[in-house]
Design a protein. Sequence first.
Length: 306
Amino acid sequence: MVNIVKNLVPENKYGIKCPNMMNPSRIVIHNTANDASARNEISYMINNDSETSFHYAVDDKEIVQGVLENRNAWHAGDGNGKGNREGIAIEICYSKSGGDRFTKAEENAAELVASILKRYGWGIDKVTKHQDYSGKYCPHRTLDMGWDRFLKMVESKLGNNNNESVREEKEVDVYYKVRTQKHGWLPEVRNLEDYAGFENSPVTDIAIRVSRGTVKYRVHVKGKSWLPYVTGYNINDITSGYAGDGKPIDAVEVYYYTPSDIKPYKKAKYKVNDYPYQYDNEIANGQDGYAGVFGVNVVKFQIIIE
Ligand SMILES: [Zn+2]
């Protein structure tokens, strides 16, 4: 799948753009009916003062996310109906002129849809179109070219994704989330399916758990010192449920302890920002240390156990 770039609606605009918490139950497909790139589509959405909003815009090169999946967006024209209040909205770019850029954008969107279906454990019946909610002829070019054709494309990507997931299935899954200064706690990430954090938003706290074995982790507060190690995973437990004290951090250290029935021993492989991976396991030949550079805000965090 092409990269997902995050450019999120700032919290001070939540009231206009995404006022409600959301438990998504479906995907709603749109076409932009213009020729803007995904980045421009999202920054225009963020910067104007109309309520119109959507979660993702997809073009021929990348996917840009503007709203978190746990907040609603205004895109389906059904007021407080299920489209607006339970739908993850995806805008496919370049639909005005069509052509190769649009064809590629649609294919990238089909991959994004497939990955979302897989993440939530949904079937193809969860893929809906704007037209289902308000009667508007949207996604216009996708409809012109054939809605069933688009669904088939999603299904074929689902097949591909399933193969990938079999190949990438891990003996140990790691789940993690970060809190940022601007956006609070962000959704949980599993393994390397995404990274935790946003560009330009300092991370202040991190929580990590594993499906098997245990982890011990700590963070270094920028300009200060290491905080104590923690082993829990509970954002309501300030003593051991996460590492951090609400101030920007610049380094992270993680140890993974493999249960005795897994051989060979595994390591935590983790990184912050775009620095190289760090490995730690507190056993011989482990490359001991931490991820991060003192004095530089952590804005992204990723970890896998392998
Ligand atoms: Zn639409």
